[in-house]
Design a binder for this molecule. Structure first.
Ligand SMILES: [Zn+2]
Length: 66
């Protein structure tokens, strides 16, 4: 399975900015967007803090995860 990285709002760096963390157990979601186009996103858990993380995906990225 491809690795997904997402910004974690809980894992902050020294400047108090969210950092990119590996997403565990990503679940791809597909939603109908405007004009009939599809929007893809992934939901999962931060590998570092177990918090919920979320990311928008391109169609290519979504296909790789399914
Ligand atoms: Zn985290």
């Amino acid at each position: 399975m491809a690795e997904v990285k997402a910004l974690c709002m809980k894992c902050r760096d020294g400047n108090n900015k969210p950092t990119m963390q590996t997403m565990n157990n990503p679940q791809v979601e597909e939603k109908e967007g405007k004009g009939g186009s599809k929007r893809y996103s992934a939901k999962g858990k931060c590998a570092n803090c177990e918090g919920n993380v979320f990311k928008f995906l391109s169609k290519d990225d979504a296909d790789k995860l399914r």
